[in-house]
Design a protein around this ligand. Structure first.
Ligand SMILES: Cc1ncc(C[n+]2csc(CCOP(=O)(O)OP(=O)(O)O)c2C)c(N)n1
Ligand SMILES: [Mg+2]
Length: 390
């Protein structure tokens, strides 16, 4: 069942909406202003599938019977609710809407979420992701080299893109001019990229076993000149978003409507060049560019918070005028929902901050950030594969 949480100022219609949704069998709750700090809130209760924020002006609040309200009270309520408002997937300006209208808007949004979740895709995609995690672990252990943990945090989003009906692509025509582009800016996660490209038929699966071997095109970092489906040669961190922006501008000049998706690491975005592209894309009114940050809270030599604690990331991206979605990057339904939602955004680029776990899927790798750039040993491989079964 979908879980919906409703936040909003007094007299914005929270309880009426919750009552109506509950009558339809929805798991709906309103949230008190003093407890509305998101995402801390989700530490105490399950994260909702939909967070709705109801807006109302002072005039509307007073018209609805709260005559005691003045501008200062309303401003204080809004301040308390600012985090809920920022994280809401749906903001409804209620001033000129009836409760029926508000309910309809919310139901429409719920339908879109359900569509994304229920197309039978979620379970199927999860099982593909599990299988590709096994590929990643086997490739890197066989090579005794590479970055399994960086690949495992990223793989769910990558599977959603390539197998969830998001990316328009055709393995038989890797140079098709109208294809959507996916650029793995964090090129050290090449095992994830190779695994998905093999899965989608860009080259034989058997080639994965040659990863990092001399002469193999499965190089440690992806080489666009050698591997079909690789859109950019990456590995030198910080460049992918600029390259992706270039692709979108080229598409504009060529009159092609493709979209470009760029995935970066969360340590990677400390590179200054990333922020140049972050500034430029909204200025150029690019809206067919989506940045996905694999926010796994760890980088090469330590945890992110110890190296460069720039959080909260989403607020910074919003300040740069990006549309931002913040999700659990291992929740396939949420990943699909966000990828579908950003396609509808007009006039500005979009960022998906995907909260992930480095090494996701193998407990002893998840628990130890020193696995960065370190394969699982041959002795530990059976234990890892056992965890990734099913
Ligand atoms: C310009 C540049 N500097 C340093 C490196 C070495 N390096 C490879 S991976 C990595 C850490 C990246 O961390 P993050 O972006 O968080 O990626 P994660 O592996 O956590 O997904 C570094 C510093 C590099 N590849 N390129
Ligand atoms: Mg990281």
């Amino acid at each position: 069942m979908l879980r919906v949480v409703v936040a909003g100022v007094c007299a914005s219609g929270k309880s009426e909406l919750v009552k109506r949704l509950a009558r339809r069998g929805v798991d709906a709750h309103s949230v008190a202003q003093e407890h509305s700090h998101v995402p801390e809130l989700w530490r105490h209760e399950r994260q909702p599938d939909l967070l709705v924020y109801l807006q109302a002006s002072l005039r509307a609040v007073r018209r609805r019977g709260r005559r005691d309200f003045d501008a200062a009270t309303l401003a204080e309520q809004r301040r308390r609710l600012s985090s809920a408002r920022a994280h809401a997937q749906l903001r409804v300006p209620t001033d000129h809407l009836t409760p029926d209208d508000v309910e309809l808007i919310v139901l429409r949004e719920m339908r879109a979420i359900l569509r994304a979740m229920n197309n039978g895709r979620v379970g199927e995609l999860e099982s593909i992701a599990r299988r590709l995690r096994r590929d990643i672990v086997e490739m890197t252990t066989t090579a005794n080299s590479g970055h399994p943990s960086s690949s495992m945090s990223a793989i769910d989003v990558i599977v959603a893109l390539y197998c969830g009906g998001i990316l328009r692509h055709d393995a038989k025509r890797p140079d098709w001019p109208e294809r959507d582009r996916f650029i793995l800016s964090k090129g050290h996660a090449s095992p994830a990229l190779y695994a998905i490209l093999a899965e989608r038929g860009y080259f034989p699966h058997a080639e994965l076993a040659t990863f990092r071997k001399l002469g193999s095109r499965m190089e440690g970092h992806p080489n666009m000149r050698r591997v079909p489906g690789v859109e950019a040669s990456t590995g030198s961190l910080g460049q992918g978003l600029s390259i992706g922006l270039g692709h979108t501008l080229a598409g504009r000049v060529d009159g092609l409507g493709y979209r470009t998706y760029v995935m970066t690491g969360d340590g990677e975005i400390e590179e200054g060049q990333v922020w140049e592209a972050l500034m430029a894309a909204p200025h150029l009114r690019v809206d067919n560019l989506t940045l996905i940050v694999d926010h796994n809270k760890a980088q090469q030599s330590n945890l992110l918070e110890r190296v460069m604690d720039y959080r909260p990331l989403a607020d910074k991206l919003r300040a740069f005028h990006w549309h931002v979605e913040e999700i659990d990057g291992h929740d396939m339904g949420a990943v699909l929902g966000a990828l579908e939602k950003v396609r509808e955004v007009k006039g500005r680029p979009q960022a998906i901050v995907a909260h992930t776990v480095k090494g996701k899927g193998v407990s002893f790798v998840e628990a130890d950030w020193t696995y960065h750039g370190r394969p699982i040993s041959k002795e530990d491989l059976p234990r890892a594969l056992a965890e990734l079964k099913g």
